[in-house]
Design a protein. Structure first.
Length: 129
């Protein structure tokens, strides 16, 4: 293998690791928001007890779709859609940060920022796939 092929392979593996991590995060979060009673969910995610339960369920669906969007395009032979899913995830995380800041919950945005970094790398790395 040439040096460029090694770099390309390493680049692809790193992107897949990021995609799987973010996808699992979205899928697990979405499953929680869709499947748990709001009372139980608000013990883990306090903000869910202070908003309309329908919003929590809608966000759960968006999370699931985002997680699937990071993985399925490869298997459907449409890898260029992965970047678009990452852009959607970026929009979701920026919206989450704004939401938490407006509620005075700046202490919980660190994970959102971490996901923004990963999603930005995925969007950049998969933009020409």
């Amino acid at each position: 293998m040439t040096s460029q092929q090694n770099t390309s392979k390493t680049h692809n593996i790193a992107l897949w690791v990021a995609q799987v991590l973010v996808a699992l995060t979205f899928l697990m979060g979405g499953a929680m928001k869709l499947g748990q009673p709001i009372e139980a969910l608000s013990a883990q995610l306090p903000w869910t007890g202070g908003v309309n339960p329908m919003l929590v369920r809608i966000l759960g669906g968006i999370d699931v779709l985002g997680g699937l969007g990071l993985l399925l395009p490869h298997f459907l032979k449409k890898p260029q859609l992965t970047a678009w899913a990452a852009y959607g995830g970026l929009l979701l995380m920026v919206s989450a940060i704004v939401f938490h800041l407006l509620r005075g919950e700046s202490n919980v945005i660190g994970f959102n920022i971490f996901l923004i970094v990963l999603l930005g790398l995925i969007a950049w790395g998969r933009r020409n796939s």
